[in-house]
Design a protein around this ligand. Sequence first.
Ligand SMILES: NC(=O)c1ccc[n+]([C@@H]2O[C@H](COP(=O)([O-])OP(=O)(O)OC[C@H]3O[C@@H](n4cnc5c(N)ncnc54)[C@H](OP(=O)(O)O)[C@@H]3O)[C@@H](O)[C@H]2O)c1
Length: 213
Amino acid sequence: MKIGVLGSGVVAKTLAAGFLKHGHEAMLGTREPAKLADWVAENASARVGSFAEAAELGDLVVLAVKGSAAAKALRAAGAQNLAGKPVVDATNPIAELPPENGVLRFFTNLDESLMEGLQREFPDARFVKAFNSVGSPRMVNPEYREGKPTMFICGNDDGAKKTVSGILDQFGWETADMGKAEAARAIEPLCMLWCIPGFLRNEWTHAFKLLRG
Ligand SMILES: NC(=O)c1ccc[n+]([C@@H]2O[C@H](COP(=O)([O-])OP(=O)(O)OC[C@H]3O[C@@H](n4cnc5c(N)ncnc54)[C@H](OP(=O)(O)O)[C@@H]3O)[C@@H](O)[C@H]2O)c1
């Protein structure tokens, strides 16, 4: 597939490298393509462009920008370049406030997630929440003695979720589909839970697994 990754941070770079490793085509989108020159030099088949160029290229788009800038980045990408496409939303609505005893603060609340707002503003894009509650070093083919970790996903479009499940399979995850966009109200705060051992004890290598009885 052709993948447009919106973002230039560690998550965008990690996921783009994962897509390239698995035989996809990938372009990173950023406001400042020049700052990724070194990354492109290291990843020969990678490409870099504007948010709009990356979204236009993608059969699937990945949103991997700062949560507070998610809507801005999508506006710059252009609704017409997102229409009809699965948009993997890896973002978290982290507020500009310090964690409290290791607990991050969000600018959303439990009745309204970041992804629901994005889905409302871009009704023709097919958002799927994924990759938001694991650290970037373990996003692509993580190895755990206990087996495959679980990626919790949600979104309104079953076809888009099927496409994302296929990617998660390639990336070494089992998928747990939690239903429609409202489930992002529960999946986004998994990031808070995931970060607590990091802030309290500098433990950053875990992942979640759902045990099914
Ligand atoms: N770090 C992790 O391990 C991890 C794990 C899971 C999920 N996440 C989530 O993944 C997302 C990306 O995280 P990250 O650590 O890679 O990067 P980040 O530092 O959170 O975000 C960097 C990106 O945000 C964009 N951005 C910032 N302000 C902007 C604005 N005003 N308008 C448009 N774009 C703007 C930047 O665009 P430019 O390229 O134009 O500068 C850049 O691409 C976040 O939502 C984070 O919560 C992170």
